[in-house]
Design a protein around this ligand. Sequence first.
Ligand SMILES: Cc1cc2nc3c(=O)[nH]c(=O)nc-3n(C[C@H](O)[C@H](O)[C@H](O)COP(=O)(O)OP(=O)(O)OC[C@H]3O[C@@H](n4cnc5c(N)ncnc54)[C@H](O)[C@@H]3O)c2cc1C
Length: 407
Amino acid sequence: MDFSISPDIEAVRDMVSRFMANEVVPVMEGFEKRGEFPRELVRKAGEAGLYGAVFPESVGGSNMGYMAAVVIIEEMSRQEVRFTSCNNQQGGTCPSAIYLAGTPQQVDKYVPNLLAGKTIGMMSLSETDSGSDALIAMKTFAKRDGDVYRISGQKMWASIANETDVGILMAKTDRDAGAKGVTAFIVEPKKYPGFKAQPIDMLGMSKAFRTNIVFLDDFVVPVENRLGEEGEGAKIIMRALQPGRLNVAAKCLGLAQACFEEATRYANERTVRQQPLGRYQMIQDSIAEMATAIEASRGLVYRAAWAMDNGQPSNRIASIAKYHASQTCKMCADKAQQIFGGYGLAREYRVSWYRVYADMLYNGEGSANVQKIIIAEDALGYKAADRHHGRTGLRDMRQADVAAAER
Ligand SMILES: Cc1cc2nc3c(=O)[nH]c(=O)nc-3n(C[C@H](O)[C@H](O)[C@H](O)COP(=O)(O)OP(=O)(O)OC[C@H]3O[C@@H](n4cnc5c(N)ncnc54)[C@H](O)[C@@H]3O)c2cc1C
């Protein structure tokens, strides 16, 4: 087995590291204080290729693959996890859904601008009364009215919906068909009436990247903006969520590493009874637990990326990677905060808010329990996690230039 990262991907990591250190870290706190969305920074990140690693060059990607994507996200998250809040919207679930299921015209029109950070994305699935069971319990309804759909309902937790230009929104077109009644739409809230996003007041989370309740009142979506056929929404979003889940696992890994680096630095600097904290064995216990779990998570996240890059079944391993990395991240955020003692609660120290992000990532893109259900049902023989491998009928992200060939 070869566990090395290719020189090309290491070069990408260096590039991302410089981009984050020079462009993002020095200014992010200012955007947070002003509560301002860093639109120009997102565009610069797009221009630098931070969102396009798994997309073919024909749509503005670099086609470097999932290993490159997880290394990029890991490094972004290590340096400034708040700035990764739009990664799935710009380079994950949102453009993936359009690329996987869109017509060549839809792919051309929307994907390159999302990857370039020129338009801001969104993926709105969750609702007030539906989270883990979003596809079944969904109430938002899209009614066909000539050459448009009119969508009414209320969406919940739609990240950066208050800024979005182009997003994916899921709604039922058949109330009685369960998940098979769900349809995916490409929405343009600034262009059509009936869409109102209201940021949610979140404890300890970014004021620059907001998560929203969305009120839909006969919100207009042209029929040409339907993604796939009516009733295909569940298949499309489940497939697009798979890279999204890996993105979140990589975010967890980067944030766990940030917690570890903060904790070891502080344990060396802070003295108690004339000794650095790091000299005490109970602190060493925490440091060793963190180091070990991070290495294990990194192995799993990279293994899942390798499977996806090599066309192997990857749903089960992606669930395992996401579950392990999110556990590791929560544990590292907790231990880092404990090592900081009282200072771990002061806003000026990053570990004070790292815990909230670890909790959020634990639930995002399929909660820890949902990952455990996938893993256990596979193990018990109830439902194979990789049963849909190679049989979705959707375009393959790794078959470069398929969309171009179809044109
Ligand atoms: C900051 C933030 C940003 C988000 N951004 C987006 C976004 O952009 N777009 C979007 O669509 N959604 C988004 N979400 C929603 C997120 O995906 C959901 O929070 C997640 O899917 C869980 O849904 P829920 O919060 O309704 O929890 P619920 O589904 O109500 O679950 C509550 C608890 O029950 C557990 N649980 C659920 N089902 C089972 C079961 N069968 N057995 C055992 N335990 C179970 C869960 O693990 C969880 O611990 C965001 C959420 C947050 C907090």
